[in-house]
Write a new protein. Structure first.
Length: 479
């Protein structure tokens, strides 16, 4: 089957190979609308809901246009949260893997020396939060004078979090010879002002949802006393056996308490809230995304900007205090045209807020009785989803081996030295070599086309720049 992206947009073979590995065969609505204009260098203002495929919409044409040989960053993507920065970076890196595009996430709370070390090497795409990006630019660690694309992602959320001044400062420091792409679910006046001030004849595109949320997400609620919520939660997850489920709580304390109870019951779960160190937050997201845990217990930190494929179920353990957060919570499921499921527990003292939520969404959510009848259809569907998700994940990495050698900058190793040593191996060419990351005492090399074992065996017997090296295979990287 011919990949529709290549057929419609004449993309190069390396980009199409990356899309095939991700399982992207044909464009979604937002992608079909924006890709041709980005390829033609237009400024765009795109109004589109989260979960519509917009990261691929801007990521695919931008990766196509990147010039690999250039050393300075050509792309800057601004996101409202660290978690979203990591996810956008991860997706763009996956699209550009076979083109050897280097992507770097930058955000606060991560030690800056890690980011400075990466910035000293060739980096094509920077994805970051405005505060850290601005600081790096101010201190001249990040040069943006050769920037060709500036993407402002989730612009309304950037506004809500108070980042607009940082965003405008960053824009003023970038090259005027750039394409500016702004994506937002809503268009407040402050966002409109940025568009008119910093964009050149932008084309406006609005993506209508194919289905309304009430059609796309099966919503129900249960009247449950606070003291009985945990027992009913166990009944539901034991009945439905979701492959992946986010359980939303209103506070960090409630989330931690629920985590302790579920862990005690032997459930596979982790927690995500603003009280965790950044490393633990990213670890929680990775565990959940990679299906290493089934249940993510979260506060509204996770209600927007965290993208999980094929999420079976969202459970609101508490009715959200902010009505808008209900929409963002349940929007984690039912993405990309799939039917999702959302359950809300409502205690007596939460009924008033629950009525406000229903007024806000303009829909009376059906009340259900706690019925523990076997839901075998759900179980079957969840097993099938699990197989598909696992297959998609394995397909992305099935022909890639990441190896480590114990030689780096301190031994004056350069990328060319590694390429030369690897290409001296019989049957290996530069097309089999992916991104090379040289650190102080070691280097990491991606080997494509299922040739990792050959390279490891031969490299351990040979020399790199006249030096013997130890070679080790490592697990696939997580950004």
């Amino acid at each position: 089957m011919i990949n529709e992206f290549r057929k419609k947009y004449n993309l190069n073979q390396e980009v199409v190979k990356g899309l095939d590995a991700l399982g992207y065969k044909s464009p979604m609505a937002v992608q079909d609308r924006v890709i041709p204009h980005i390829l033609n260098g237009k400024d765009l203002i795109v109004k589109s809901q989260t979960g519509s495929g917009k990261t691929g919409g801007f990521g695919i044409p931008i990766i196509e246009k990147i010039v690999i040989e250039k050393n300075l960053p050509q792309v800057l993507v601004l996101t409202p949260t660290r978690e979203l920065a990591v996810q956008v970076c991860e997706e763009m890196a996956a699209i550009g893997r076979y083109k050897k595009v280097r992507c770097l996430p930058v955000y606060g709370k991560q030690p800056i020396y890690i980011q400075l070390r990466q910035l000293k090497q060739r980096v094509h795409v920077i994805v970051g939060t405005p505060g850290r990006v601005r600081d790096l630019i101010r201190k001249k660690h990040l040069r943006v004078d050769e920037l060709k694309y500036l993407v402002i992602d989730e612009a309304d959320e950037l506004l809500k979090r108070g980042f607009i001044e940082e965003v405008q400062e960053i824009i003023r420091k970038t090259s005027s010879d750039r394409s500016t792409l702004l994506f937002s679910a809503t268009m407040p006046q402050e966002i409109e002002e940025i568009c008119s001030k910093y964009m050149v004849e932008p084309l406006r595109i609005e993506i209508e949802q194919e289905k309304q949320p009430i059609d796309q997400i099966k919503q129900v609620w249960y009247e449950v006393a606070d003291d009985w919520k945990f027992a009913n939660l166990k009944n539901i997850i034991n009945r439905d056996q979701p492959d992946s489920c986010i359980i939303f709580c209103n506070t960090k304390k409630k989330a931690d308490n629920l985590l302790a109870k579920l862990n005690k019951g032997g459930y596979s779960c982790t927690v995500l809230h603003g009280g965790l160190p950044q490393r633990d937050r990213l670890r929680a997201i990775n565990l959940f995304k990679n299906k290493e845990v089934t249940y993510l217990i979260a506060t509204d930190l996770a209600a927007r900007g965290i993208h999980i494929d094929a999420l079976d179920l969202v459970i609101n353990y508490n009715v959200p205090i902010d009505c808008e957060n209900y929409v963002h919570r349940i929007g984690r499921t039912g993405r990309a045209g799939e039917i999702g499921q959302a359950i809300t527990f409502v205690s007596v003292h939460e009924k008033k807020q629950w009525n406000l939520v229903q007024d806000y969404i303009g829909y009376k959510v059906p009340l259900k009785n706690m019925n523990l009848d076997d839901n075998s259809t759900n179980k079957i569907n969840n097993r099938e989803k699990k197989k598909l998700t696992r297959g998609k994940r394995e397909a992305q990495h099935k022909d890639i081996t990441r190896i480590r050698i114990n030689a780096g900058k301190k031994k004056k190793i350069r990328p060319g030295d590694i390429v030369g040593a690897v290409c001296n191996i019989k049957g290996i060419t530069s097309d089999d070599i992916g991104i090379i990351d040289i650190q102080d005492t070691c280097s990491y090399i991606e080997i494509f086309n299922k040739k990792g074992n050959v390279v490891m065996n031969e490299l351990s017997k040979s020399k790199v720049k006249g030096k013997d090296v130890k070679v080790k295979q490592i697990k696939r990287p997580r950004l």
